[in-house]
Write a protein that binds this ligand. Structure first.
Ligand SMILES: [Zn+2]
Length: 146
């Protein structure tokens, strides 16, 4: 997981690489060839570690960006839902917007937090109009709505 510890790890790898490079530069003529090769191998290892750590951090940043976008969308949807809900009144068996007389599915509002309009069907049930939810397929009928 990319966090402050991962960033600290990268900075540590880069510092080690930098220190090794300085050591090689400052003492190039005094180091034996075997020492030079060893120090160069350490330098390459440290740079490879830093590269891997940066790649992991990049993936984490991309993933976190995706989660943030998803959460923003969910928050926006929740705010939209709350705004819609504030105009609705539960009049069993459904929710009604008394300004527009639109009907909403009580199952979808209470279960899924979605304000889904009921659609009028051609069916009657005990002389009452049947209304259907296009989302959950529940049907409702009430004497008050024709
Ligand atoms: Zn529904």
């Amino acid at each position: 997981m990319a966090d402050i510890a991962a960033v600290s790890g990268v900075l540590s790898s880069i510092k080690i690489a930098t220190d090794i490079a300085k050591l090689i530069r400052e003492s190039y003529s005094s180091l034996e060839e075997a020492d030079q090769k060893f120090k160069l191998a350490e330098l390459v290892d440290s740079l490879a570690d830093a590269k891997l750590q940066v790649a992991e951090i990049k993936e984490e940043i991309i993933e976190k960006g995706s989660i943030i976008r998803q959460l923003k969308q969910e928050l926006e949807d929740a705010n939209d839902f709350e705004e819609k809900l504030s105009n609705l009144v539960f009049e069993s068996p459904f929710y009604v917007n008394n300004d527009t007389e639109e009907l909403f599915c009580s199952r979808c509002i209470e279960g899924d937090k979605k304000a889904i309009h009921l659609t009028k069907t051609g069916s009657l049930e005990m002389r009452k109009r049947v209304w259907a939810c296009p989302e959950c397929k529940n049907t409702f009928s009430d004497i008050r709505v024709k």
